[in-house]
Design a protein around this ligand. Structure first.
Ligand SMILES: [Zn+2]
Length: 366
């Protein structure tokens, strides 16, 4: 069984290529794409009477491809027509009954009202997989017996009917098939065989849509919002001799980063961000210290992540520097010249960052 993916001429060839490339890149793909299209859903010239197509108009185009394209399309191959033309029932997609016809259409229009524009091709790819499973599990939507597998009220299953089209993003984000539907799929060997491919695609698409905890963390960080429960604040005193020049209070991760850079500056003249991600012996000393201060490993992995992501590193650096500036301005109406520059994290040469203060920097437990 192959899946033949084609388009009507009105569908943007770039969008089609994005869908096809994504689906073909998945291991175990059985997708054959026909990017060049001669299928016309919109008639040429103004003399032709125009009417909104019915489902059968799409399916007859699929049959035309089977008969006249000269391509080796077998009876059990599924033909998927992506079209830019809406249908008389305003569905996103549909398959022909009986399912043994193995023809599917998917509408490529109006998605931007339901999903972000940059992700439309992922949503269409999801529709391809969804309709293929429904065909292979013989989901005859005109037969009452199948009503328990077509969820009129959305519950986050591939077979949610999505009468309210906005619900489509729910099933995309769950990437799930409910147990009832899985039990039915299991009765159809072709559907069961297709499941691993479908699962992979659904999971990949989900990744593009879902707000994951780390994304929430990045968002919170960019907006200066703390997601920590009872955030632990660490106090640092910048001293010369017994005199404290500035007190700085930082939240856990900012402190961990700032203190790592102080330690590296003292012992190695500075640090390049990617060194934070490398578990070298020098890093061990810093990490062991941080772990000892925090009694947990979380900041170690957070620091490693910062080392792997230069953009996030520079965001943290500027947040810390901004915070230090605020503290020093609060504590000194007229601050000593050069002090701010010395205690902030500054770039030196070759992508190395350091804190160049030469007095003592002490961590004071609350
Ligand atoms: Zn279900």
């Amino acid at each position: 069984m192959k899946i033949i993916l084609t388009r009507s001429a009105d569908v943007d060839s770039t969008l089609f290529a994005e869908v096809a490339n994504f689906l073909q890149a998945v291991p175990g793909s059985v997708i054959s794409a026909i990017p060049k299209s001669t299928i016309k859903m919109i008639p040429d010239g103004s003399d032709n009477e125009w009417r909104t197509p019915e489902f059968d108009d799409f399916f007859s185009k699929c049959d035309g491809l089977r008969e006249f394209s000269g391509l080796p399309i077998e009876k059990d191959d599924i033909v998927v027509l992506i079209t830019g033309v809406p249908n008389d029932q305003n569905w996103f997609s549909g398959f022909q009954l009986p399912t043994s016809k193995r023809n599917i259409f998917i509408c490529a229009e109006d998605w931007e009202y339901y999903v972000p524009e940059s992700k439309v091709h992922f949503a269409i790819a999801y529709q391809v997989v969804e309709n293929c499973i429904q065909v292979l599990m013989d989901l005859d939507y005109e037969n009452e017996e199948n009503s328990s597998y077509i969820h009129s009220k959305s519950k986050g299953c591939l077979n949610d009917f999505c009468g309210d089209k906005r619900d489509i993003s729910l099933k995309i984000r769950t990437a799930d098939i409910c147990e009832t539907c899985l039990d039915k799929i299991n009765q159809y060997p072709e559907a069961t065989a297709f499941l691993s491919y479908a699962h992979y695609v659904m999971t990949q698409v989900r990744e593009k849509f879902v707000t994951r905890p780390e994304n929430m963390g990045q968002w919170a960080n960019q907006n200066g919002i703390s997601l920590e429960i009872n955030p632990v604040m660490r106090r640092i005193h910048i001293c010369t001799g017994s005199t404290t020049l500035v007190r700085i209070e930082l939240s856990a991760l900012r402190f961990a980063l700032y203190y790592s850079i102080i330690k590296f500056s003292e012992e190695h003249g500075g640090i390049s961000p990617n060194q934070l991600a490398v578990k070298s012996i020098e890093n061990r000393e810093v990490f062991d210290f941080i772990r000892q201060v925090y009694h947990n490993n979380e900041n170690e992995s957070a620091i490693t992540n910062l080392g792997n992501d230069p953009d996030m590193f520079s965001q943290y650096r500027s947040k810390i520097n901004h915070h230090i500036k605020k503290e020093i301005t609060n504590q000194y109406p007229n601050r000593p010249e050069g002090l701010l520059e010395k205690i902030q994290i500054s770039p030196s040469q070759n992508g190395i960052y350091k804190v160049s203060f030469e007095g003592e920097i002490r961590v004071i437990d609350n």
